[in-house]
Design a protein around this ligand. Structure first.
Ligand SMILES: [Cu+2]
Length: 204
């Protein structure tokens, strides 16, 4: 509720920030695309989950996200990828690899719940979807990835019916997927904010 409101606000800020050629101006002021590409040297966290029934969320956001989006609460970590580099990665690759789940593939015994811990600096989600390849909840990220702010989305609820995205975790927080949602079979998850973040959980 409060969290969802914050997300919508973030999307609106992103939208307003990108109107009027914001992105191009931003890249230009930072020395152009070549300089941005040269700066793409990422420090991807190598931490692996010791507990096999836990998934970790990672990103590499930086305080420049807060400046670019005009919201001090987007990213609460220091250092990291400049906002313009992040956008450039999305434009060029359709993803920013440092924004990922670890491990993205998990096997789980039926009856177990699954804890998902956010070790990044931004809010993420581990939202069940009926298939990969759909959009998320941030219109401007969707626009970069899909060419439209409103691509098809495939979020589902525990019964497998279409519904709003579930299981958000703030930076430093966690969310738990209940055993009742992890019936035997293959379950697909994406981050509703960064929809290239994909996870698969096979329950037996
Ligand atoms: Cu995310």
């Amino acid at each position: 509720m409060g969290r969802r409101k914050q997300l919508v606000t973030g999307g609106e800020l992103l939208a307003s920030g990108m109107r009027g050629g914001f992105l191009l101006r931003y890249l230009r002021t930072k020395g152009g695309i070549a300089a941005v590409a040269a700066a793409v040297i990422l420090t991807v966290p190598l931490a692996a989950s010791a507990n096999p029934s836990k998934v970790l969320m990672f990103d590499n956001c930086s305080p420049s996200f807060n400046e670019a989006l005009g919201d001090p609460n987007i990213c609460n970590r220091q250092g990291g990828t400049p906002f313009g580099v992040f956008i450039q990665q999305l434009v060029q690759n359709g993803r920013a690899g440092a924004w990922h789940f670890s491990s993205p593939n998990l096997k789980l015994p039926a009856g177990d719940s699954l804890t998902v811990e956010n070790r990044g600096g931004e809010t993420h989600s581990f939202s069940p979807v009926s298939q990969f390849g759909g959009g998320g909840v941030v219109p401007d990220i969707n626009a970069i990835l899909f060419g439209t702010p409103t691509p098809p989305t495939f979020f589902i609820d525990a019964a497998g019916n279409p519904g709003p995205p579930l299981f958000f975790a703030d930076a430093g927080g966690e969310t738990t997927i209940p055993a009742s949602s992890l019936t035997p079979g293959t379950h697909l998850f994406i981050c509703a904010i960064h929809p290239w973040m994909e996870g698969t959980v096979v329950v037996r």
